[in-house]
Design a protein around this ligand. Structure first.
Ligand code: NAD
Length: 355
């Protein structure tokens, strides 16, 4: 245990395992709100309509154009819908993209967010927001965007396609893995991160065999909560910087990129954060393996994409990616050196077993 640390608890109310539609109205009442604007992607309109029906007179309107990476034009359009609806709270039903839109609206208005996550990426537990303008995603941290209430209903993730389940789950594991060696980590974060990785890996392994297993879905959501809480409380390091670079500058898909890069980021940091690595291997129930190798095997076992070239990265862009990744590095346990990062990217590009 470190001799000194600072721990700040995040004030989100978590309602786990409930029937979301039964609980929704009472929960917005507890927020002191009267009318909700329900946010979703076009694909998830059906769920938003169920929420709208369950809210009765507390439903103001639905805005169904939430989009990956929160484009500014979408935020502006949603703001108009919000003003017209006279809503005094936001309900985000979906994954990080929908919750991201709610955060962008809350940032400007201070309205409370109630999130009902339907993926495992953990965004609902953080005060990190991002809006994309002219191809650049501007991110920040602000307490106003942290959801006030999160309802985790495993039934709502039953239809999440298996591939998105896996990659959003690996995205969550990445939050926890980096939390274990973050500069501002603490014993509470360590506990949350270890249990989050254990729960997510075990839930995803079960899901692989039984895609409709509600217990597996429950494990994954439980893991998402814990891993998201880690990201909400501790800093990000090399892994997140690499993924932000690859997503932001080369338009690679978010969750898949996280899933591919994670073993290589762990290999890079291994000898500078040995205790974190040991905890990751144990949480994955592979204590005889390195964390990097255990994560690589987990992704392979689950059928996740394994190489950046398989998700649209071009070999010709690897040099530039290395330049950008080292230009303004996040704090990292190992110094971030351009040549080594270039090698890391080559391995990730080809999907080779990390060394
Ligand atoms: P997503 O929200 O982009 O959803 C992916 C797709 O799955 C969408 O088409 C969505 O409509 C669909 N979908 C979601 N739930 C479904 C369900 N239950 N059934 C069927 N389809 C469903 O996925 P994501 O990986 O959760 O979010 C990615 C975004 O979240 C990125 O923009 C990333 O930057 C952001 N993110 C932010 C944080 C943070 O702390 N701010 C953390 C993690 C991710």
């Amino acid at each position: 245990m470190p001799k000194q640390f600072v721990y700040t608890a995040q004030p989100t109310r978590v309602v786990f395992g409930a029937d979301a539609w039964h609980t929704l109205k009472a929960e917005i009442g507890l927020l002191g709100a009267q009318k909700a604007l329900v946010l979703c992607t076009a694909r998830q309109r059906g769920l938003a309509e169920q929420a709208y029906g369950a809210l009765g007179k507390s439903a103001a309107a639905i805005y169904d154009q939430a989009t990956m990476h929160v484009p500014l034009a979408v935020v502006q359009e949603a703001r108009v819908a919000l003003t017209r609806s006279n809503a005094d709270c936001l309900i985000a039903i979906g994954g990080g993209s929908t919750i991201g839109l709610a955060k962008a609206l809350a940032l400007g208005t201070g309205l409370p967010i109630l999130a009902v996550p339907t993926t495992y990426s953990g965004s609902e537990m953080t005060s990190v927001y991002g809006v994309t303008e002219s191809g650049t995603k501007k991110t920040g941290k602000d307490a106003r965007v942290l959801p006030k209430t999160v309802i985790y209903d495993p039934q709502l993730t039953m239809k999440l396609p298996y591939d998105i389940s896996v990659t959003s789950g690996m995205n969550a594991i990445a939050h926890a893995a980096e939390g274990l060696y973050a500069q501002d980590s603490n014993p509470m974060i360590t506990l949350l991160a270890e249990e989050g990785i254990r729960a997510m890996a075990s839930g995803l392994r079960q899901l692989q065999h039984q895609k409709n297993d509600v217990n597996a879905r429950e494990q994954c959501l439980y893991g998402a909560w814990l891993c998201g809480t880690v990201l909400g409380s501790a800093g990000m390091a090399l892994h997140h910087k690499l993924c932000h670079t690859l997503g932001g500058s080369f338009n690679l898909p978010h969750a898949q990129t996280h899933s591919i890069v994670l073993p290589y980021a762990m290999a890079y940091n291994a000898s500078f954060a040995p205790s974190a690595m040991q905890r990751i291997s144990c949480a994955l129930q592979r204590s005889n393996q390195s964390a990097a190798s255990a994560l690589y095997d987990l992704a392979q076992e689950l059928g996740a994409p394994m190489a950046l070239r398989a998700i649209g990265m071009r070999a010709a862009d690897l040099d530039q990616a290395a330049d950008i990744a080292v230009a303004q590095p996040y704090w990292n346990p190992r110094p971030v050196e351009r040549d080594h990062i270039r090698t890391l990217l080559q391995y990730a590009f080809e999907g080779l077993r990390p060394e």
